[in-house]
Ligand binder design. Sequence first.
Ligand code: ATP
Ligand code: MG
Ligand code: MG
Length: 379
Amino acid sequence: DTTIGILGGGQLGRMMTLAGTAMGYRFVTLDPTPDSPCGQIAKQIEAGYDDVQAARELARQCDVITYEFENVDAEVAALLERESSVPQGSSLLYTTQHRLREKRAIEAAGVRVAPYREITSLDTMNAAVSELGVPCVLKTVTGGYDGKGQRVIRVAAEAEEAYQELASTGAELVLEQFIKFECEISVIVARSTSGEIKTFPPAENIHVNNILHASIVPARVATDIQLEAQKLAAAVAESLKAVGLLAVELFVAADGRLYVNELAPRPHNSGHYTMEACATSQFEQHIRAICGLPLGDTTLLSPVVMVNVLGEHLEGIIARTGQPDEEAMELGVIPKLHIYGKSEAKTGRKMGHVNLLCQDVEEGLQWIEQTNLWRHTNS
Ligand code: ATP
Ligand code: MG
Ligand code: MG
């Protein structure tokens, strides 16, 4: 009888709990939000992520601890490692919490990243812009998500303003060359406590307003590039000695070169397609990896398009998928709806997703067009 503790009670924790409960595990989540998405189906300790007393209580109640976000407080991570078991370890968090450390770790695995410079002053900024050229992207090294904490510099004259703006936050900064990519893909790789590694098929990711909109699998890139991406993801996971899931975001350049953009040491939105489309879901795989079970088969069972349901899409999508859907049947698309149980359907907030199982991904994309729900965001 094993109890798994999850730091964070959002949708990723909820879907880990759904998968792990089916495998016979019990779950406790630590989250400050009353009745969090995960807390609705697991036991919840209602407290802040940096609450040392609450973390100690989580450690007392659980045999194994994992997390659903990467900005775990260092003191809390150390305490949990001491007082319970955190198979993923705190060094993976230490690396992936910080873009510069992360890039150096990727390079140490022999994998390409966009050329970059550490920025510590306006002088280093100006020098870096002329070395890397424009366009380039200035990013805060910590804390960024959904494109927050980033400025694209299209002409050198924009460098100073971008620098002043991000430097004023007090964060460390990194400047990256802008990769003119053909498309963005991601690979979810799992490495278990025994060192076994398995990768899922790459997803092609479409972003709208810097938020993931859709993932398309198989990705519409050449098979040898897909295999190369899986090989690189496995090499990064092995080199980092990662345990659990590692999501690897990559750019595919016009010449076919792959650049790793960033990593996430957890289940990833672009891996939600695995829930119905693969023999094993990313959530089951994560539980298997941290509990030392053999990893599951990652074979793709069907082409699939995953589309995110934001607050503004929620009502429409429930109506749309809750009744027999002639258009979907005509297209040969089977929509599978997942709703996270969040209380307020705010605009832009991730409320759920739909996995569209299809014969061909173009039909899934056509279904999305025809629903009209996402039309205004599809540009
Ligand atoms: P996430 O929500 O995925 O964690 P984030 O805020 O950490 O996002 P990134 O993934 O680094 O940000 O960048 C967001 C998006 O901006 C990328 O998906 C890509 O479209 C674009 N982008 C970022 N860096 C570069 C780059 N060096 N070259 C080209 N495009 C880039
Ligand atoms: Mg990120
Ligand atoms: Mg990203």
